[in-house]
Design a protein around this ligand. Structure first.
Ligand code: PEP
Length: 248
């Protein structure tokens, strides 16, 4: 039985004041939540979130990682720095990193490897563009994205990886994949893993991301192969985020 996981991706949205309100609001509702809950915050707020969330069930994650351990990499953040604040998770391969910062499948695979080597759990994002879905290439795209990581880290490593299937056309657009569309792709992703190892395919969490909100979360998370959500916009309001957390 896979535990439901709900992760918030705040992206580049925060201030000291909003972080306080948001985290305090989440903490208030958390005792009623059975899902594992993660917030992936901008780095400058790590210390604040760490302090607010001490001794709570709220887990901290990063939104990106550099592959190097330390040194002359201006503007970058290493695994050790992330872990210094008690964070245990890191988003890798988000479509915004792929499209805006040129992260290829190979770079993403390397980041997954570095996260695992440092005992951070990668929230490994995959998903197709609208034109790729419309041309019938969704399965080919997610196969390519997953195989790049399997080739790099091996299937056994998926014991410590969370996959997030995020159709790019659904991210931040208000257009959500239908439960059937999402379930079909999740089942396909699980079958891809099963070609390598049937047990790992069954145990790997596969989250859905793309305009998930309080109104659609329950129906999506109820699908057999959807194990929770990676939430952007709706993770910025504690009531909305908690309502999604409770849908699992
Ligand atoms: C995301 O950025 O990972 C995401 C799913 O965003 P949104 O929920 O806003 O579509």
């Amino acid at each position: 039985m896979r535990q439901t996981i709900v992760a918030g991706n705040w992206k580049m949205n925060a201030s000291k004041e909003t972080v306080n309100t948001l985290v305090m609001g989440i903490l208030e509702g958390l005792p009623d939540v059975k899902s594992k809950v993660i917030v992936c915050t901008p780095y400058p707020y790590f210390s604040q979130v760490e302090a607010l969330a001490t001794h709570s069930q709220l887990n901290l994650g990063a939104q990106n990682i550099n592959i190097n351990a330390s040194g002359a990499f201006t503007g970058e953040v290493s695994a050790d720095m992330i872990k210094d604040f008690g964070a245990e998770y890191v988003i890798v391969g988000h479509s915004e990193r792929r499209s805006l910062y040129g992260e290829t499948d190979e770079i993403v695979a390397e980041k997954v490897q570095v996260a695992l080597d440092n005992k951070l759990t990668p929230l490994f994002c995959i998903g197709e563009l609208l034109e790729e879905r419309e041309s019938g290439n969704t399965e080919a795209v997610v196969t390519r994205q997953i195989n790049a990581v399997i080739e790099k880290v091996g299937i056994e490593a998926f014991k410590n990886i969370i996959i997030a299937y995020e159709p790019v056309w659904a991210i931040g657009t208000g257009v959500t994949a239908t439960p059937q569309q999402a379930q079909d792709t999740h089942a396909f992703i699980r079958s891809l893993l099963a070609e390598n190892d049937a047990d790992i395919a069954q145990s790997t969490p596969i989250l859905y991301g793309g305009s998930m909100n309080p109104a659609n979360a329950e129906e999506l998370i109820a699908c057999a192969d959807i194990d929770g959500g990676l939430i952007g916009g709706a993770s910025l309001k504690s009531e909305d985020f908690l309502s999604i957390c409770k849908a699992g």
